[in-house]
Design a protein around this ligand. Structure first.
Ligand code: NOJ
Ligand code: CA
Length: 702
């Protein structure tokens, strides 16, 4: 008994003496962050919105390979607090200017004794959320090091409603599931990836708490590091970071001084504020480009959808088992339905020129498509040899004569070693032939074999490509890349990414449910623009290949496709359907011709993830507004006040609405167009059909 008494006292003493703790309030006091060390020196943080808990105490830490972990045994060596408030102008974007206002707390942690490390945790607390990252200063005993795993916790306050896709290391091309955290079951992943886990999901992860808070967890400025996925504890509602592994199993190979991407949590008590948040962009580095005049937001058409609906093919011949170096492409027997032939490309150039669109994407122009997908083959494409029926010089001249730019396509088929080896030559080819934009693609498994689309090696590839292209004044759009993290602030030539399940799935799979486009802005688009490829007018697909496309349709009404140009933000938009589909509906096509792709202002007028979304945007440098309203599978009525218009000015609103009896599944192509005079005191009554939408253009009356 004599010994137990003092031990008990000691325990009480440790628990009571506060471990060193720090508190920060956001600039307008909406959020409160607490940082503290546990008695064993584990760093933890906690976040509150007003009096509502957002994150319960959650651990921070890093596990290294062959070295002691940086997750415990710390003392606080130094704390630095500061505040920041400035406004910057994006090269293009949803708004003209962005305010970057936060309180910063940087905590330098030190481990005692031999082999102990130093690490800084830097927090930036905004009124709409928190960003924090780990920094590894230069120090004795930590130069080259390997991150085995990052142990960042996000311990949520309840069993939130969650919009999630499985934690596939290679693909984001899923429809979203909406469940409670406790019900997440992500075991069902498609075959491209090799490691699945029932409890692992991807970011941006969108959640809604029962107390009305909306939370979004993602990351900003993903550089030289793998993407962060989240492993869910379905009992405690805790999330733990899970980094995408490299081929060796370790997560990241680093050298001091280095830091991780920012971990981000956007928090609001209303959904529109989540969409309006600029936190992720603010946490990215400003661009170093001084001349950005060559970067052009734009609308394109493409020799593209016709392949997805099987009217034509990417490949020139139906011969298989070809080897890139050994094949005499001019002697192959053409299959008779190759899409990227000179005459067909000219038809698209004519169409773009006639309707004031800027560019034409051409896929399937270069040799290699006979063997491209699924073979895990090193040498698929060389990115410089056109098929015999694609005349590069003639098309360069023709496009230039019509004021149209051709967009280059580099499908890598996942063979990224091959692409990197040939990228300089491919760039020279582009420069020589007048191309100033490229779409890259990474379909299939990655070479180097064993690397993942979302691992450190590939993250470095995407960033290097954006950088490489920027130096050559080339704009870029990436498909099947890692999902964006706001890097377009640093590389404004990186116009868009796919990195989610695009409209193309409606052409050849069970498609995307009507709610899909109401969720994407709250998930995938939190990190940056998406090349979703809206604008399909021939909703019920005309079936050229009954096997593949028969009975398929796009899961929206026609006017919802128009609304997507506003709700699905991107400075690169595609008029994705075939010219002949637009020629049948010139009145509805007018909206696609008119709608802007760069904006001075954006108002999120109504939003609920999974249900509906209404956004109005003001065209860059103009007193013109475009409004898009979309709904899920439920029809909805909505009244929209136009109080964002300039007082005293009269405008003409052209309303592209679902027709009588329209619905996404039974009558998707019915629409009606009305014109109305409006001003800042007007309100529009919108009637959205099931799976429908309304698009409105609002232009001043002179
Ligand atoms: C998938 C891309 O998302 C699509 O846009 C492209 O047409 C095909 N890959 C072929 O590269
Ligand atoms: Ca819904």
């Amino acid at each position: 008994m004599r010994f137990i008494y003092p031990l008990f006292l000691l325990g009480a003493y440790l628990a009571e003496v506060p471990a060193q703790a720090q508190t920060v309030h956001s600039p307008s006091n909406k959020l409160t962050l607490n940082f503290r060390l546990s008695p064993s020196g584990e760093p933890t943080y906690q976040l509150q919105f007003g009096t509502k808990p957002v994150l319960k105490p959650s651990k921070l830490g890093m596990l290294l390979q062959g070295q002691p972990g940086m997750d415990q045994g710390f003392t606080i060596a130094q704390t630095d607090s500061s505040q920041h408030d400035d406004t910057w102008t994006p090269v293009w974007g949803e708004v003209k200017q962005i305010r970057n206002r936060y309180k910063e707390l940087a905590i330098t942690l030190a481990q005692a004794g031999q082999g102990g490390h130093r690490m800084v945790v830097r927090f930036r607390l905004y009124d709409d959320g928190l960003g924090f990252r780990y920094e590894f200063p230069e120090q004795p005993g930590l130069t080259y090091f390997t991150v085995q795993q990052e142990k960042t916790e996000f311990n949520l306050s309840g069993n939130h409603k969650t919009f999630w896709i499985p934690g596939d290391y290679d693909s984001n091309e899923y429809t979203y599931k909406t469940t409670r955290l406790s019900e997440i079951d992500a075991a069902d992943v498609t075959p491209i990836q090799e490691k699945s886990a029932a409890d692992r999901v991807q970011t941006p992860l969108m959640m809604k708490a029962d107390d009305g808070l909306y939370l979004n967890i993602h990351e900003a400025a993903l550089v030289n590091y793998p993407a962060m996925m989240l492993t869910v504890n379905r009992q405690t509602f805790g999330l733990t970071s899970t980094l995408v592994p490299s081929v060796t199993g370790a997560a990241a190979y680093l050298q001091t001084p280095e830091h991780t991407p920012w971990r981000t949590i956007v928090v609001s008590n209303n959904a529109p504020e989540v969409l309006a948040s600029k936190l992720i962009l603010n946490l990215n580095e400003p661009t170093k480009l001084t001349d950005t005049g060559w970067i052009k937001p734009q609308k394109m058409v493409g020799v593209w959808w016709e392949m997805h609906v099987n009217k034509s093919s990417w490949n020139y011949s139906d011969t298989g088992n070809l080897k890139l170096a050994d094949t005499n492409w001019s002697q192959l027997k053409p299959n008779g339905h190759h899409g990227a032939n000179t005459a067909n490309v000219k038809r698209y150039i004519d169409f773009a020129a006639k309707h004031g669109l800027q560019s034409v994407l051409v896929e399937g122009w270069n040799v290699g498509w006979e063997d491209w997908a699924g073979n895990w083959k090193e040498e698929v494409f060389d990115f410089v040899t056109p098929y015999p029926d694609f005349n590069v010089a003639e098309l360069q001249q023709y496009a230039a004569s019509k004021g149209i730019k051709l967009i280059m396509h580099h499908e890598t088929s996942g063979s990224v070693t091959n692409y990197e080896r040939r990228q300089d030559e491919a760039l020279r080819f582009m420069k020589a032939h007048g191309y100033d934009a490229v779409k890259t693609g990474y379909v299939g498994r990655i070479i180097p074999r064993g690397e993942h689309h979302d691992g450190q090696w590939m993250v470095n590839h995407y960033n290097r490509t954006a950088d490489h292209m920027a130096r050559q004044q080339i704009m870029v759009d990436m498909h099947e890349s890692v999902r964006p993290t706001g890097m377009h602030r640093t590389y404004p030539n990186w116009l868009a990414n796919e990195a989610a399940r695009g409209n193309e799935f409606n052409a050849w799979s069970e498609g995307n449910p009507p709610e899909h486009e109401t969720i994407l802005p709250f998930t995938r688009l939190m990190g940056g623009p998406m090349d979703y490829t809206p604008g399909i007018f021939q909703i019920q697909l005309e079936s050229w290949n009954p096997e593949r496309n028969k009975g398929r349709q796009v899961h929206t009404t026609l006017t919802k496709q128009l609304a997507l140009y506003v709700t699905m933000y991107s400075p690169l938009q595609m008029a994705a359907d075939l010219p002949e589909a637009y020629e049948k509906h010139p009145d509805a096509f007018q909206f696609i011709k008119d709608v802007a792709v760069d904006w001075d202002d954006t108002r999120i007028l109504a939003a609920e993830p999974g249900d509906f979304l209404t956004i109005a945007r003001q065209a860059k440098g103009k007193d013109e507004w475009y409004l898009g309203a979309i709904t899920d599978e439920n029809a909805r009525n909505q009244t929209v006040k136009l109080d964002f218009l300039k007082p005293g000015q009269r405008y003409e609103a052209t309303i592209y609405a679902d027709g009588k009896g329209a619905s996404w599944d039974k009558n998707p192509m019915a629409y009606q167009i009305r014109k109305l005079k409006v001003n800042s005191k007007s309100a529009l009554k919108l009637q959205l059909a099931a799976g429908g939408g309304t698009a409105v253009s609002i232009k001043p009356v002179k």
